[in-house]
Design a protein around this ligand. Structure first.
Ligand code: ADP
Length: 517
């Protein structure tokens, strides 16, 4: 069967060899194993289910939450001469029924559906009368509460597999699976975790960096000027900022396009097309832009504001350098953005999602404060344990001296303990800097022996130090009604003098005059 898979790869898809992980995942499926395939965006997950779909008799069901992508996929397959179709809410009831008739008659090798379809008994009835060898679950992280995009209808997939007269093979595919999410995928879809195929998440042509304490507008302008001929994406957190940045870039004569969910469909598509066709070199967008975009020559992805979590960040940044050439991924960090993201989480998530989302945001903030290799930080986040420093990122190439900040760390940690480990970062910084803040006085925190221990610094410097210590896991964050900080075991070792803490000398903080556009 593997021989057949190779033939199909060459004859149908026109590729000479499999990419890393593809062959292993396809083999596992063709041997009849429920399988998880974790590959970075652009790694080539589609043919991992498309080839088995062609080898196996009957119709493979592909479950995908991305309606816009289904059409693209089906169009591509049709062009390759592979019978495929999709059924989702973009069709009229009549169209859907006609396609379903054809599907029941075995006309298609692949049938793409949105997960919501699984709520329909009629639809399940139809599937029961078809030969279905394989269910491919795309974007499988949607099954997990711990994923960044939980979809309750994904929980119905295992029920479907049980209800079919002949048990199909289940293949879950995702680009963004932390160990917790992978566990959930395996448990929910009854996959033996041994049948997990993961390919490295490292992108050796990307250089990551975080820029702090700079006038962002000025930085952005210089950056684009330096890369004027190159295609790049600027991500901002809100539509308003996208519009403002877009207008200011236009005014300065840069060739920019913009994209956000507040625009009319036709305008958005037009802008996307201009970018894809290299008519505009810079795309300014919210995270609404990019799903399924296959533009290989993007030389940089710059986040004007902090992304909401590491999953979104790596997915968005990963759109740079798909052609394998060196590309840059920059985050412009300002602590105010943490408030913006917190606000957005508060607005959008349902109540029980708030704590996990805040925890993810904290990991993202940790990325901006860590001094270890940024590529390694990302890989650790996604569960890779053995990593080596990339040698390319902003931290690996930072030649500043490291300083022993053990004493400073001890001051912060002991203050947290004195405060009963029940306050947040800002309050801790207030106490350490000896602020006369109303709450500090009200709670009599000015009576603590650690009050004013760092009165020679300002609140921002102490806050940065706290974020750095969190990124080193010397301080923990508890996301209750509001976030509080505490000292975990590793932090206690620092307090007891069993461990030292080193930090690159504090970044020179320039006066930020015009931080937001
Ligand atoms: P993913 O779903 O993992 O983001 P895709 O399946 O869309 O990735 O594949 C990304 C790109 O890689 C596509 O343009 C695809 O045609 C190409 N591709 C996939 N497999 C191979 C291969 N074995 N050889 C060359 N190109 C490939």
């Amino acid at each position: 069967m593997l021989q057949k898979a190779h033939e199909l790869l060459q004859n149908h898809f026109g590729y000479s060899s499999f990419r890393l992980g593809q062959e292993q995942a396809i083999t596992s499926v063709l041997e009849g194993n429920n399988t998880v395939c974790v590959m970075p965006t652009g790694g080539g997950k589609s043919i991992v289910y498309q080839i088995p779909a062609l080898v196996l008799p009957g119709t493979t069901i592909v479950i995908s939450p991305l309606i816009s992508l289904m059409k693209d996929q089906v169009d591509t397959l049709t062009q390759l001469g592979i019978p495929a179709t999709y059924i989702n809410s973009s069709l009229t009831a009549g169209e859907a029924a006609a396609r379903m008739d054809d599907a029941r008659n075995g006309k298609y090798k692949l049938l793409y559906i949105a997960p919501e379809r699984l709520g329909s008994w009629e639809f399940i009835d139809d599937l029961q009368n078809m030969e279905i060898p394989l269910i491919a679950v795309d974007e499988a992280h949607c099954i997990s509460q711990w994923g960044h995009d939980f979809r309750p209808s994904y929980l119905q997939i295992s029920g479907l597999a049980d209800r079919l007269p002949r048990k199909p093979i289940v293949l879950a595919l995702t680009a963004t699976a932390t160990p917790k999410v992978r566990e959930d995928i395996c448990a929910s879809l009854k996959i033996n975790p041994e049948n997990t195929v993961i390919t490295g998440f490292e992108r050796s042509n990307l250089s990551f960096s975080v820029v702090k304490g700079q006038d962002r507008q000025a930085y952005l302008r210089d950056f684009i000027k330096k890369n004027e001929k190159e295609a790049g994406i600027i991500y901002a957190a809100t539509r308003k900022i996208v519009d403002q940045l877009y207008e200011s870039l236009q005014k300065e004569g840069f060739s920019a396009a913009r994209y956000h969910a507040g625009m009319k469909d036709e305008d958005r598509n037009g802008e996307q097309e201009r970018f894809l066709q290299d008519e505009a070199t810079v795309m300014v967008a919210t995270s609404a832009f990019g799903m399924g975009i296959d533009k290989s020559n993007i030389r940089y992805v710059l986040h004007f504001q902090l992304p909401k979590n590491m999953e979104s960040y790596y997915q968005e940044a990963g759109r740079a350098g798909r052609d394998g050439l060196d590309s840059e991924c920059v985050v412009l960090y300002s602590s105010q953005d943490v408030q913006v993201q917190r606000f957005l989480i508060d607005q959008s998530a349902d109540r029980e999602r708030i704590a996990p989302e805040l925890e993810k945001l904290q990991q993202m903030v940790g990325y901006c404060h860590t001094e270890e290799c940024l590529q390694s930080y990302i890989l650790h986040y996604f569960g890779e344990t053995e990593t080596v420093a990339c040698g390319r990122c902003g931290n690996c190439t930072d030649s500043r001296e490291t300083q022993d900040v053990t004493k400073d760390a001890q001051m912060v940690l002991s203050c947290i303990i004195r405060m009963g480990q029940k306050y947040g970062k800002a309050m801790t910084a207030n106490v350490l800097t000896g602020s006369r803040n109303k709450k500090v006085l009200e709670f009599r925190l000015d009576k603590l022996p650690t009050y004013g221990l760092m009165k020679d610094r300002n609140a921002k410097q102490v806050n940065d130090l706290i974020e750095f210590l969190i990124s080193q896991e010397l301080i923990g964050v508890e996301h209750g009604t509001y976030p509080t900080i505490y000292v975990p075991e590793k932090g206690k070792d620092v307090l007891l003098g069993k461990m030292e803490v080193f930090r690159k000398e504090a970044v020179q903080i320039k006066q930020v005059s015009n931080d937001d556009p």
